[in-house]
Design a protein around this ligand. Structure first.
Ligand code: ADP
Length: 222
């Protein structure tokens, strides 16, 4: 099963995708996470991507698509995966289709996690991320048990360089511009399911699992 999570920054894609991946036993592939690992490792890709990311604009399609194609060349994706952060443009959506087509695979479901702007900004401003395993926490909503230490692997937590108010505005504007065409694209393919993600992470996850199960019974919930 190949599931794409779409939604504005701060809608909880990363948090939900990680939890969902564990629950249904599929790999979680986040282009943002892969890019951040490249930035912190100062790879060639990381050096090219860093300025775009810090400004909150998209990294050029060719760079991200090449990176994703490499990831999707690994064998663990054969039984499916959860994709978070890609596609962000129609060009990327078509590139993804092409990469999958060559392997005889297809996108099954696109879940659109929607959240209201005040919720988004509050979530992003308080977000903490684990340096090592990438787990997400929040200063108020999901505080770690020990100050700035990851509950899962015990490494240090940090605030993302692009999680500041100015960059968030840019990321939301970029998102607004691109998302409507992507939503339409997947609606036409009858693959799009919407979910309101303003609530607590746990209840959003339950809604998402319910939705996936309902879809599997070919009972389309919107
Ligand atoms: P968010 O959606 O919460 O802003 P992500 O972790 O998905 O965070 O992405 C962070 C940044 O990484 C984006 O602002 C963008 O610069 C870059 N990025 C991630 N995925 C893509 C992509 N598919 N295409 C282009 N840029 C991307």
């Amino acid at each position: 099963m190949i599931i794409i999570l779409l939604g504005p920054p701060g809608a909880g894609k990363g948090t939900q995708a990680k939890e969902l991946a564990v629950k249904i036993g599929l790999p979680h592939i986040s282009t943002g996470d892969i890019l951040r690992r490249n930035v912190s490792g100062s790879t060639e890709l990381g050096r090219k991507a860093k300025d775009f990311m810090n400004k909150g604009v998209l990294v050029p399609d060719e760079l991200v698509t090449q990176m994703l194609a490499e990831r999707l060349g690994e064998s663990d994706i054969k039984k499916g995966f959860i994709l978070d952060g890609y596609p962000r443009t129609i060009t990327q959506a078509k590139a993804l289709e092409e990469i999958l087509r060559k392997q005889g695979l297809n996108v099954d479901k696109v879940i659109y996690l929607d959240a209201s702007e005040p919720v988004i900004v509050q979530r992003i401003i308080g977000r903490l991320v684990c340096k090592k395993c990438g787990a997400n926490f929040h200063l108020k909503n999901m505080p770690p048990k020990r100050d700035m230490i990851c509950d899962i692997c015990g490494s240090d937590l940090y605030r993302r360089a692009d999680d500041n108010e100015e960059t968030i505005k840019n990321r939301l504007a970029v998102y607004e511009k691109e998302v409507s065409s992507l939503v339409l694209y997947y609606e036409k393919q009858k693959k799009l399911y919407r979910l309101l993600a303003d609530g607590q992470a746990k209840s959003v996850l339950e809604d998402m699992i319910e939705l996936i199960e309902a879809c599997n019974d070919s009972h389309k919930v919107r």
